[in-house]
Design a protein around this ligand. Structure first.
Ligand code: C2E
Ligand code: SIN
Ligand code: SIN
Ligand code: SIN
Ligand code: FE
Ligand code: FE
Length: 371
């Protein structure tokens, strides 16, 4: 193994400048932890740097940033990191296997050999323990960490703690939003009980179609979360219409069409990104590319891409599933309809992507089948 050089003060300063802005701007917990780990590793010339997050409820520490290794969980009261968490003081050892605080279990799991180990506590906005910042194996000839390494990592920690707290809070809020959205969608769905897993399938189909259409993962995820609400306005449609076994009269169908406006009104006032997207989808999922849809008769690119995507997903799933008013269609018949409606009901580019990947969508509806 070849040793590395300790960084000069100038080099450390340059690294700090390079990372501090990125850390302050990063909103995603995973990315943030990676940035901190990379910065820490490079500053103190460690082989690895890990940010452990303290899970109070389970009394465990977890990390995703053990470079190249998937999430690891360890009991919060073991090892050097556990020691640091319980005493709330930094700690380092340059001969881990001789140190009574060292926990060999992680090495056993990973096949790694720890020699030098440094860890310090991280705090959240309220000053309670959030986790630990850990560096493993000094790569210089000395093979030993120093007080200087501790002080520079402490500085990184103090810069980063606020960002980590905020990112964790944001993830918590997003998780709550997602749960509420699925709950609301399920309430809407339970009114017309024949739809079963309809909202889940539409969500999944829409997300895959969004990716095929060139949207990034974040936007596809947004559509996945937002599209379950597309029919939420049906909560206001009376049972005798919603559950009518036969064909609707014109008057009944006019009433039914209102589910788009009702959904839009329910959702339009939210500032939350997911709800905003839901509002667009609720109001536009029955618009048609040729302008003959409802409620507004928007055409082509006047219809938001989310509306055009959910139109395909919704009709595909409606046709592939039985309804009180119709049996499920077979796939040849469904594909024929999409070929005919390409550029009529549906965005032609999206329709072609949908048809080119038809099997993928069949797999999705089969995996969330109602039986
Ligand atoms: P849904 O059942 O979720 O259907 C969504 C969309 O899938 C429909 O929007 C339509 O574009 C397409 N679709 C569903 N079944 C068929 C079909 O047999 N043939 C064709 N060509 N397309 C189909 P649409 O038509 O705007 O209907 C909106 C909602 O109104 C439907 O949602 C359903 O809840 C209700 N609805 C529509 N027609 C009837 C009906 O004849 N009887 C009853 N009871 N409800 C109906
Ligand atoms: C790095 O070690 O520089 C990148 C590896 C990672 O992202 O964990
Ligand atoms: C320890 O903290 O004692 C072990 C943790 C590790 O090696 O990553
Ligand atoms: C089918 O599953 O019915 C046919 C799939 C395809 O042809 O793409
Ligand atoms: Fe609808
Ligand atoms: Fe629907």
């Amino acid at each position: 193994m070849s040793y590395k050089e300790e960084l000069s003060p100038d080099e450390k300063l340059k690294l700090l400048f390079e990372y501090v802005g990125r850390i302050a701007d990063e909103k995603k917990l995973d990315n943030l932890l990676h940035l901190m780990a990379d910065l820490g590793r490079r500053l103190v010339v460690a082989d690895r740097c890990t940010i452990w997050i303290y899970d109070k409820k389970k009394n465990e520490l977890w990390t995703k940033v053990a470079h190249g290794i998937p999430e690891i969980r360890i009991p919060a009261n073991t090892g050097v990191v556990g020691h640091v968490i319980s005493t709330e003081t930094e700690y380092f050892t340059n001969n881990a296997y001789d140190d009574p605080n060292f926990n060999k279990e992680v090495d056993k799991k990973t096949g790694y050999r720890t020699k030098a180990l440094l860890a310090l506590p991280l705090y959240d906005n309220e000053g309670s323990i959030l986790g630990a910042f850990q560096a493993v194996n000094k790569m210089t000839e000395a093979e030993a960490f120093s007080e200087g390494d501790i002080s520079i990592l402490k500085m990184v920690a103090s810069y980063s703690e606020k960002s980590i707290s905020n990112a964790m809070l944001n993830e918590e809020i997003e998780k709550t939003q997602k749960e509420i959205i699925f709950l609301m969608a399920e309430i809407g769905e339970s009114r017309s009980k024949e739809t079963g897993n309809h909202v889940k399938r539409v969500a999944e189909i829409s997300a895959v179609l969004a990716r095929l259409f060139g949207m990034d993962d974040d936007e596809a995820e947004l559509i996945r979360m937002a599209s379950p609400m597309h029919d939420i306005g049906k909560v206001a449609i009376p049972d005798d219409i919603l559950k009518k076994p036969g064909k609707l009269t014109n008057e009944e169908f006019d009433h039914m069409k209102e589910h788009t406006n009702i959904g839009h009104k329910l959702l339009e006032n939210s500032e939350r990104k997911i709800i905003k997207a839901s509002s667009i989808i609720a109001s536009q999922h029955h618009e048609k590319w040729n302008g003959k849809g409802y409620p507004k008769g928007l055409k082509e690119e006047e219809i938001h891409p989310y509306g055009r995507i959910s139109a395909i997903a919704d009709v595909f799933d409606a046709l592939a599933s039985p309804r009180v008013y119709k049996p499920a269609w077979d796939h040849e018949r469904i594909k024929k309809l999409f070929v005919e409606e390409k550029g009529q009901h549906f965005d032609p580019v999206m329709t072609q992507l949908f048809l080119d990947n038809y099997d993928t969508f069949v797999e999705i509806i089969d995996s969330y089948s109602d039986i």
